[in-house]
Design a protein around this ligand. Structure first.
Ligand code: MN
Length: 309
């Protein structure tokens, strides 16, 4: 029988685990959905290559509006879409039309430019996680691409079931999803009894994002809507929950590149962002092709550093 979470009971022998930091996310609204933005967080833009993490629908909502995110552009990043409930239609400028359901992965890589739209099913709450991976210099100006993975590899740990979105954990299978940089992304289904020790790549930094209820991460309570930052060096991450629930584990080799983010663009300089903003404003279909969607195109705000639009 499992008792309440007792932080004092958690083992914290690993030096790196003493550096675990808990950050509260910012509440906002995107496409009619309440969200908690847990990354970027103060003073910290990336965890491995992960540069953006929105928890969509952090709490259950009565009579939710359907998710409606009209055509908008991206550069220099891959969007990683993971649903917990509901479903959504993804369309993009490659001509993709793909419905995504819980347990499936959409991975859209922008490279120099792509545009897409997302439309949730009416009358059903869309809960999930919208994440971005910053592309490294080697690929960020390259071709765009889209992958859908309906059947991801899973593995069993003592105390948790794992679905591998990107990369792998310890010995065992690896996700077939594209990697532009050494990355791990996994959903952990945590059981209540006894906790779990998640094997980590010690060269990676990691983030832990609770999805259903609080998770004890190396002795610290992390609530839904918050993020635990786990520095590189840890070989095992001890997790514990009071009631069964899910969490995302996101990590990777430190990116080592100074990422600039504004609106839906990831770049390295403001000039690059200005060029992408101008291409979207001017309907430059060479860079951002048309998106098949019933939704209205989303206009970019003018960057604060641009004087004459
Ligand atoms: Mn998007």
């Amino acid at each position: 029988m499992s008792g309440p979470i007792r932080p004092a009971d958690a083992e914290c022998e690993d030096e790196a685990l003493r550096g675990v930091e808990v950050r509260e996310g910012r509440r906002a609204e995107v496409g009619g959905l309440p969200i908690a933005r847990v990354l970027p967080t103060k003073g910290r833009r990336t965890v491995g290559p992960w540069c953006f993490v929105d928890l969509m629908g952090p709490e259950e909502v009565l009579d939710p509006d359907p998710m409606e995110v009209g055509p908008h552009p991206h550069t220099g990043l891959s969007t990683v879409t993971w649903l917990l409930s509901g479903e959504a239609l993804h369309t993009d400028s490659l001509g993709t039309e793909q419905v995504i359901r819980p347990g499936q992965l959409n991975l859209m890589t922008a490279g120099r430019g792509i545009a897409h739209a997302e439309l949730g099913t009416p009358d059903e709450a869309t809960r999930g996680v919208q994440m971005w991976l910053a592309q490294p210099d080697a690929t960020r100006n390259g071709a765009n691409a889209f992958e859908h993975h309906g059947d991801l590899p899973r593995l069993a740990l003592d105390g948790a079931e794992v679905a591998l979105l990107v990369g792998g954990l310890g010995e065992g299978p690896t996700s077939p999803a594209r990697q532009d940089h050494p990355t791990v992304g996994a959903q952990l289904d945590l059981r209540a009894a006894g906790g779990v020790e998640v094997p980590l790549d010690a060269t990676f930094e990691h983030g832990l994002v609770p999805l259903d209820g609080p998770v004890l991460v190396a002795g610290q309570v992390v609530e839904v809507g918050s993020l635990a930052l786990v520095p590189a060096g840890a070989e095992v991450l001890p997790l514990e929950v009071r009631t069964p629930g899910r969490a995302m584990l996101l990590g990777g080799a430190p990116l080592g590149e100074d990422v600039k983010m504004w609106w839906n663009f990831v770049a390295r300089t403001t000039d690059e962002i200005t060029a992408a903003w101008r291409a979207w404003r001017d309907h430059d279909t060479d860079r951002f092709g048309p998106v098949p969607s019933i939704l209205d195109r989303i206009d970019a705000p003018t960057p604060p550093w641009v004087r004459t639009p």
